[in-house]
Design a protein around this ligand. Structure first.
Ligand code: HEC
Ligand code: HEC
Length: 314
């Protein structure tokens, strides 16, 4: 009984710690150019969701939103760059893609990108947890936060590149923003069900990551994320899904497209792999055919199947 009580007190403290660690609406760290600057307004009104807002949300597509989270400047069907996009975006894409600042797992600098420091061609990783943000804010608040009017400007006179969130009112249509809102609100993947990510240290100097089996992987760097997919799930069902949906292009062992062994990607860049499988890969034949609306169970099973290095070698 005493133990239980202690445990629940510890859990409450743990929850409070988690909540206090959740950073909301704070100004991002300075980019490679050292300019912190000011960020735009966040959606903190929470006042009214108009009928027009609700209608736009209802008409939006979470799958398209997931694609835009990766690359908002492409046509969702053809994958071609939209003619309307400023070339500075397409030639400095990492300063504009949501995933470059917030991570595939939406955990920002507390997730798989914990050691991805800034360089001349990519920004700092943002500290916010977008999973928590999306779960705790209404659609209008999320819309305002994503649109980010007044954020880093991207006009003909100001083309600064830093770690501040861009002003997407200059870069996207409202319909695109609503697609992303729907993705964040109800389309995002629950990666907690796919793997357990344990990290040590703080951004960007994390030195080790533990995979779900407790293996400590030192020298943790981007593209070498230490999760091993699939403790749960049905490997036979996952392989059947793979054979039906993927083998035609990737081969039965996942190695037909030489630079992208599917098993290796599943084991080392899990969040990216699953995001691409669910939302498509703009500009590649994958997008047009892959939009299967894969279910969570199918993802868990696929993950499990891909964890087998004999069936899906590196
Ligand atoms: C260059 C880096 C960068 C890019 C690109 C970027 N963001 Fe952000 N984002 C930030 C930073 C830094 C913050 C926190 C400071 C702020 O609110 O401005 C933030 C805040 C947010 C918030 C509010 C979260 C909170 O806790 O208040 C949301 C939602 C969000 N971003 C979504 C997106 C989406 C969706 C995209 C792509 C369309 C995107 N961001 C692109 C850096 C970026
Ligand atoms: C119609 C052909 C096709 C099908 C079907 C297909 N893919 Fe792909 N996939 C591709 C192509 C093309 C690429 C890109 C290779 C490149 O960039 O050169 C790719 C890339 C990938 C990547 C790497 C993406 C990255 O950038 O990191 C992964 C992972 C992947 N596919 C997994 C899958 C899985 C899992 C399935 C089944 C659910 C699947 N693919 C079905 C054609 C296909």
């Amino acid at each position: 009984m005493k133990k239980l009580k202690l445990l629940s007190i510890l859990m409450v403290i743990g929850m409070m710690f988690l909540i206090s660690c959740t950073k909301e609406g704070e100004v991002g760290p300075a980019g490679a150019d050292g300019i912190a600057g000011t960020n735009g307004t966040n959606g903190t009104n929470g006042v009214a969701i108009s009928a027009a807002d609700q209608a736009a949300y209802d008409a939006a597509s979470a799958l398209r939103g997931g694609l835009y989270y990766n690359k908002f400047y492409v046509d969702a069907t053809t994958g071609a760059n939209l003619a309307t996009v400023d070339p500075i975006v397409t030639s400095n894409a990492d300063f504009f893609r949501c995933k470059s600042c917030h991570g595939w797992d939406l955990l920002g600098s507390n997730g798989q990108y914990i050691s991805r420091g800034p360089t001349a061609t990519r920004p700092n990783i943002a500290p916010n947890n977008l999973n928590v943000y999306a779960a705790t804010h209404d659609i209008k608040q999320i819309f305002d936060a994503v649109k980010h009017s007044g954020g880093r400007q991207k006009t003909s006179t100001d083309k600064s590149l830093n770690s501040n969130m861009p002003d997407y009112s200059l870069l996207m249509t409202d319909a695109q923003v609503w697609d992303i809102v729907k993705f964040l609100k109800e389309g995002r993947i629950n990666y907690d069900k796919m793997y357990e990510l344990k990290t040590t240290g703080t951004y960007p100097s994390s030195t080790s990551v533990t995979d779900m089996y407790g293996n400590t992987l030192t020298g943790y760097v981007l593209n070498n994320v230490g999760n091993v997919a699939g403790t749960t799930g049905d490997a036979v069902a996952g392989k059947a899904y793979y054979d039906a949906k993927c083998a035609v292009c990737h081969g039965t062992d996942g190695k037909d497209l030489a630079s992208f062994p599917v098993g290796l990607l599943g084991r080392t860049k899990n969040a990216e792999m699953l995001h691409i499988v669910k939302y498509g890969l703009p500009g590649k034949s994958m997008w047009s055919t892959i939009n299967y609306n894969i279910t969570e169970t199918e993802m868990i099973n696929l993950n499990k199947a891909l964890s087998d290095t004999l069936v899906f070698p590196n």
